[in-house]
Design a protein around this ligand. Structure first.
Ligand code: ADP
Ligand code: MG
Length: 225
């Protein structure tokens, strides 16, 4: 389970202080598919980055599957992230200098997965995401929808417990967006916990539950049936 207690996040830049999170307490059960919504600037990405162990809160507690991680060092966070958490971003965030195959292989290289097993896992994801035929191409040679499928393959190749997606369909047309939502749904049905930030009520409809944020706080949590 993912559980936060009274998370605060304060950013200080050029002597300007911004309270991005102002007391966020949430619980997400293993296997849930949760959507996070709210106006621009309300703290969605900040919360997702903390949940994904990319950043620490200024205050509060965060339990990631039982381990308190709010005050972990960058190095320990990075170790826990490996193999446990996969990220998908609006802008895909692929590495332009690496081929499709190499982008997907990267998390397994970080985890020092043996070569034969790496090959098997990368190829399985390329097949599943229907992108095998573009394995030797580079990100800039692909359409947005194809790039996002590569990014999802990279996020899931190490079989993480949790996938965090920050507006994953934000740069896609409706056909490609629907394909991405179907892939996320399939992963969730396979047992992966998913937390997705979205502006789209249509995309939020794929989730079990919507958490609404406003001004750094949770305002409502609506359950879908
Ligand atoms: P959302 O994703 O909901 O649009 P964010 O979480 O990105 O919102 O941002 C919440 C607030 O925190 C905004 O006011 C934003 O400007 C500020 N913020 C986010 N990241 C930083 C940062 N690294 N440094 C300073 N301020 C930041
Ligand atoms: Mg954001």
């Amino acid at each position: 389970m993912i559980k936060t207690v009274n998370l605060h996040k304060l950013f200080t830049t050029d002597e300007v202080e911004t309270t991005a999170l102002n007391g966020v307490s949430i619980e997400i059960q293993p296997g849930e598919f949760v959507a996070m919504m709210g106006p621009s600037g309300c703290g969605k990405s900040t919360l997702l980055n903390i949940l994904g162990l990319l950043d620490n809160p200024s205050e509060g507690e965060y339990y990631f599957f039982g381990t308190e991680v709010a005050k972990m060092s960058e190095r320990n966070r990075a170790n826990l992230r490996k193999g446990n958490i996969g990220f998908v971003f609006q802008s895909f965030n692929l590495i332009d200098e690496l081929s499709v195959y190499e982008n997907v292989e990267l998390p397994l290289l970080y985890m020092k997965t043996p070569a034969a097993e790496r090959k098997k896992k990368v190829e399985a994801q390329l097949e599943r995401m229907n992108i095998m035929h573009r394995r030797n191409h580079f990100p800039q040679q692909l359409s947005g929808g194809q790039q996002q499928r590569v990014a999802i393959a990279r996020a899931v190749v190490a079989e993480p417990k949790v996938i965090l997606a920050d507006e994953p369909t934000g740069n896609l047309d409706s056909t490609n967006g629907l394909e991405v939502m179907n892939l996320l749904t399939q992963l969730n049905q396979g047992g992966t916990t998913i937390v997705m930030v979205t502006h789209s009520p249509h995309d939020a409809g794929f989730a079990h539950r919507v958490i609404n944020l406003f001004d750094g706080r949770v305002v409502t949590e609506n359950f879908h049936v």
